[in-house]
Write a protein that binds this ligand. Structure first.
Ligand SMILES: Cc1cc2nc3c(=O)[nH]c(=O)nc-3n(C[C@H](O)[C@H](O)[C@H](O)COP(=O)(O)OP(=O)(O)OC[C@H]3O[C@@H](n4cnc5c(N)ncnc54)[C@H](O)[C@@H]3O)c2cc1C
Length: 449
């Protein structure tokens, strides 16, 4: 007797695919998740790169996330043990410039959070701080009223129009743009910038910043995959989907290893570039898909170093505005405890590093680390460069409206992924929400709601 075909196929085992497959398995729907990589997690994966434990890039868990922690709790993950709440960030201006530590939790670090903003006058003078008020207030309002219009401007242009001082731009808005999503305010869409902030505002009291206590696949994604299996689903790694099987305009399965696998419904839960590759052959001329197929992508490049001693006295997130080190963190007491010292660095602008050799990249890192008062030379035991040529959809102006919904007009097909439309944009929370919405679309599609 042959096993019945799975009813739903989920393509991609990042947080969006895992969240979708979990919801379906929880509802008793036979689901098979196919992940191209050797481990689950996608951009929240950790793995061994030529013998060195690495991650796709430095990740921070935000205290106001709700869908992600709820999913984790339902999957049996103890979120308190999974995280170390660092609750502060540091901004270091290079070449002997000022540095400041800002608290990120009004409840758990009230003095640092409120005091950090009131003090740190070398970093941001009272005039700089005052200049930011109208900018944030207007931007959040404009995002609510006319997000697509806001998406036509850059953060820098919007800040200039609202008279933000140059120092506030450099010392705060650069960390909030390049530091978080790798591109500077001159290229960053004001629509996306305020879209990222908007969900945090009503939940500001819940704001916290957490680092992972272990590799993200190990402590977060593999346990979700296990929970899917326990609920009767199947998760297969090393299974790259090569194409969709489309019959009479209906998606009826996928091909893997040259073999067709039938399904009642397929959820494409990859990042934007592989989704476009899978969808283009069948839907290039379909008006619903045309906008998302024209959505450009943006890369990311991170450098991860093992050191013979910690580079910093505490594990916390640091921004280095005006250097290639957009954002970095010591991780030897949190995510990568096997090493004496361990630092993950996100580089900006990423395009500059795509064609550089690893040793050349390391040279730039040494040079800019010195400008930030970090002594890495002679302490690096080994390092890896992790490049994602198509990490996010482009965060430059003019693309917000191209993001698709999770439910498509094609029978048998839904989309999940951080590029699909939801309020948390390109974040882990956004990915989980997109997976849940795709699961709802599947349940509607197969008449199980
Ligand atoms: C450097 C970096 C730092 C970040 N920092 C943060 C942060 O601090 N906080 C935060 O909230 N978010 C952060 N993010 C964003 C967050 O990682 C993503 O938004 C989220 O993980 C996206 O999940 P996803 O499921 O949409 O996509 P992905 O994680 O990309 O998952 C897609 C999966 O599909 C698989 N796949 C692709 N093609 C195929 C195929 N043909 N067949 C089968 N499988 C396929 C891929 O291997 C991948 O596993 C960061 C991202 C990066 C890169």
């Amino acid at each position: 007797m042959t096993a019945p075909e799975p009813q739903v196929l989920v393509v991609g085992g990042g947080l969006s695919g895992l969240s979708c497959a979990f919801e379906l398995a929880e509802r008793g729907v036979p689901v098979l998740l196919l992940e191209a990589g050797e481990v689950v997690g996608g951009r929240t994966a950790s793995w061994s790169e030529d013998g060195m434990p690495v991650e796709s890039g430095l990740h921070r868990f935000l205290g106001f996330f709700s869908a992600l922690p709820r999913l984790l709790e339902r999957a049996g993950v103890d979120v308190g043990r999974m995280l170390c709440w660092e609750d502060e960030v540091e901004i270091r201006v290079p070449d002997g410039g000022p540095a400041g530590i800002l608290g990120m939790s009004p409840v758990h670090k009230p003095i640092r959070t409120i005091g950090g903003f009131v003090t740190n006058n070398d970093l941001l003078s009272p005039r700089d701080k005052l200049s930011l008020g109208p900018f944030f207030a207007a931007g959040l309002l404009d995002y609510r009223r006319r997000p697509d219009e806001l998406d036509r401007q850059t953060v820098a242009a919007y800040a200039k129009a609202h008279r933000v001082t140059d120092r506030a731009m450099h010392n705060l808005l650069v960390p909030l743009t390049a530091g978080i999503f790798f591109i500077p305010p001159e290229r960053f869409s004001a629509g996306i910038f305020f879209g990222l902030l908007a969900p945090a505002v009503p939940r500001a009291h819940q704001m916290r910043l957490g680092a992972y206590m272990g590799g993200m696949t190990e402590v977060m994604c593999a346990p979700i995959a296990d929970a899917i299996t326990e609920r009767g689903g199947e998760v297969r790694t090393g299974a790259r989907v090569e194409g969709l099987v489309v019959r009479d305009g209906v998606v009826a399965g996928v091909t893997v290893g040259g073999q067709p696998v039938d399904a009642d419904h397929v959820v494409v839960a990859t990042s934007i570039d592989p989704a476009q590759r899978l969808l283009r052959p069948a839907f290039a001329d379909h008006p619903w898909f045309r906008p998302m197929l024209s959505l450009p992508t943006t890369p990311s490049v991170t450098v991860q170093l093992e050191l013979d001693r910690p580079a910093m006295a505490v594990d916390r997130t640091v921004f280095g505005p005006g250097t290639a080190l957009a954002c970095f963190a010591e991780q030897s007491r949190t995510t990568f405890r096997h090493a004496e010292g361990r630092i993950s660095i996100i580089l900006t602008p990423p395009e500059r590093f795509l064609t550089m050799e690893p040793d050349e990249i390391l040279g730039v890192v040494y040079q800019d680390a010195r400008r930030l008062g970090l002594d890495l030379d002679d302490h690096v035991v080994r390092f890896r460069v992790i490049t994602l040529p198509h990490d996010f959809h482009s965060l430059e102006p003019g693309h917000l409206h191209l993001r698709p919904d999770q439910e498509t007009p094609v029978r048998g097909l839904s989309l999940a992924g951080d590029y699909t439309r939801q309020h948390f944009m390109t974040t882990m929370e956004g990915a989980v929400i997109s997976g849940q919405r795709a699961a709802d679309a599947v349940l509607n599609g197969i008449g199980l709601t």
